[in-house]
Design a protein around this ligand. Structure first.
Ligand code: UTP
Length: 297
């Protein structure tokens, strides 16, 4: 039996350049989807999976993020005085959500480097990494399944999704072999952002990982790779080849994922999650029914 996972690490220190100028003074993880910052969806997912200890790896402009998970005493007092319990609850829920901690990355030297910054907090136990700009729909239980596979196989687990060949150069791509479980594969090879047309498969790593602590030792000696950044994918390739650390497995996810770091996906996420809502959903649906046909005229 491997040690149970209790900690979630959420890197938020990227530059978010695809979202400039919105991200000039705000981390992209603080952009709202409908009316809630992306990062709150991610923390809620960690907490639902039983990971109430959350470490943010932060970069520049971290204040907005820290304030969001802190109390907002003045605003709370005003809403309390007004007797507006609904809005008061909305203000309080993010500060009551999890036990949050912060560590700075300093220079954004890559996702692998960001994860390495969590070492002192995590210590010698397996832990989850959730990218702060990827939302997994709450009706799909990806992280829970990954934790189950990690516990049962005492391995390192990545989330894999099929992507169209035209998108493969944007992801880490895995070569895999089947296991005795339909949604679990053994990872044999990994390549970060392959050149267009050269991807070894259509299985891409998406923003959820459950890592064994040996990853820290590997990351320490991982040289900068693609884009001059220390790549988590490169460290995972080394672990995939190392039986003594349990190799690397992938959970093949077929559910709903919203990549909010990409502008088009961000807009789609807003529409998809808004139409489901009881408050604004009906209004948005009826507007969309009128608007969409007008595009074809
Ligand atoms: P991305 O590559 O999507 O983020 O990193 P980015 O560099 O911020 O985005 P663009 O391309 O400039 O728009 C994936 C995740 O890893 C984090 C990011 O915050 C994001 O959640 N990250 C990336 C770090 O925390 N540190 C880094 O050095 C790089």
């Amino acid at each position: 039996m491997s040690t149970p996972v209790t900690k979630a690490v959420i890197p938020t220190a990227g530059l978010g350049t695809r979202f400039l100028p919105a991200t000039k003074a705000l981390p992209k993880e603080m952009l709202p989807v409908v009316d809630k910052p992306v990062i709150q969806y991610v923390v809620e997912e960690a907490v639902r999976a039983g990971l109430g200890d959350v470490l943010f790896v932060t970069g520049r402009n971290k204040n907005a993020l820290e304030n969001h998970f802190d109390r907002a005493t003045e605003l709370e007092q005003i809403l309390h005085r007004k007797g507006d319990q609904t809005k008061l609850h909305k203000v309080e829920e993010s500060s009551d959500l999890a036990d949050v901690h912060y560590v700075r990355q300093g220079d954004p030297k890559g996702l692998g480097h960001a994860v390495l910054r969590s070492r002192a907090h995590v210590g010698d136990e397996p832990f989850a990494v959730l990218l702060g700009d990827d939302i997994i729909d709450e009706r799909d239980h990806l992280l829970e399944r990954m934790l189950e596979v990690q516990g049962a196989r005492s391995t390192t687990v990545v989330a894999l999704m099929e992507v169209p060949p035209s998108q493969a150069h944007l992801y880490g791509i895995a070569t895999v072999e089947a296991t005795d479980e339909e949604d679990v594969v053994r990872v044999l090879g990994l390549v970060e952002k392959p050149e267009p047309g050269s991807a070894p498969s259509n299985l891409a790593i998406v923003g959820r990982y459950v890592l064994r602590p040996e990853v820290y030792g590997v990351l320490e000696r991982t040289e900068p790779g693609k884009g001059g950044e220390i790549q988590l994918t490169d460290a995972l390739l080394e672990m995939a080849r190392d039986e003594s650390v349990g190799g690397v497995h992938g959970v093949v996810f077929r559910g709903r994922r919203y990549d909010t770091g990409d502008r088009l996906d961000y807009i789609k996420a807003n529409v998809q999650l808004a139409v489901e809502r009881d408050d604004i959903g009906p209004g948005l649906r009826s507007w969309l029914r009128e608007f969409v046909p007008s595009l074809e005229e």
